[in-house]
Design a protein around this ligand. Sequence first.
Ligand code: VAH
Length: 320
Amino acid sequence: RILIIGACGQIGSELTYSLRNIFGNKNVIASDINHSNLSLVNSGLFEIVDAQDYSSIKTCVEKHNIDTIYLMAAMLSATGEKFPEKAWDLNMNSLFHVLNLAKTKCLKKVFWPSSIAVFGTTTPKEYTPQYTTMEPSTVYGITKQVGERWCEYYHNKYGVDVRSLRYPGIISWKTLPGGGTTDYAVEIYHKAITDKFYNCFLKEDTELPMMFMDDAVKATIDIMNAETSDVKIRSSYNLAAISFTPKDIAESIKKHIPEFKVGYHPDYRQDIANSWPKSINDSYARQDWKWKHAWSLENITIEMLFQLNKKYNSILKEPN
Ligand code: VAH
């Protein structure tokens, strides 16, 4: 059985739905520290698990006979800069607890997300290679860089089958953004529909690596289903789809909402974005376990506007 820790979050919630479609509702247990995503909580088996409490995780693993954990709980880059110690504690304690549980051989597999945030200002920005200088300047990026080293250590020393992906910015419509720097690319679609205006917190030419949620979920399930021998990198794989700027995404929206306008007022998140790559070389993922992305910016925009239009219209039309 599968346990998702941090299932109420942006990726955790969509992973839960997709894994249930594949393995069946009763084989996928969602968990989080609270009931913050009620539609997820009410969608199937759900447990309160504190990712920073080893016994809380262990109890849930034993109760539901779990053999695979997707550890999706973390504090992201922007929030992490506001609460550095909390970000370190949550991101690292949760990883150690799951790796130590796996070390006791009660788990078959673990998935742990890394991020392009492991790269810093001294990393080559174009087509960033799998192996290169990594001097992250955010607490979030530091936790992901150190976490990768621990994943590789537990695999090599204790045989833990932990697999990891360096996610780019992820765009989705089912949940609201959660404290990420790339979340402008989610907010902009909501505002295009509700206000026809978006005040962007990054400069219009800030190019970042991005991916639609369906691609991110596919990559996650693909690497977890790959033959052990095909998962040759046990720190974390570079993963890429597309790269674009706030201007690019605004132009793609304007093709559908011509009156849409964007203002650009960079805040502290501009420094975070400036430290990250513009594009990622994910040739190892494409070669080792046949990764390839499917969603273009054009198709993401069509899908996001379609789904959010439906969502907001249903809210507006709901009987009061
Ligand atoms: C963030 N969405 O913005 C996350 C992600 C690459 C960015 O790690 O913090």
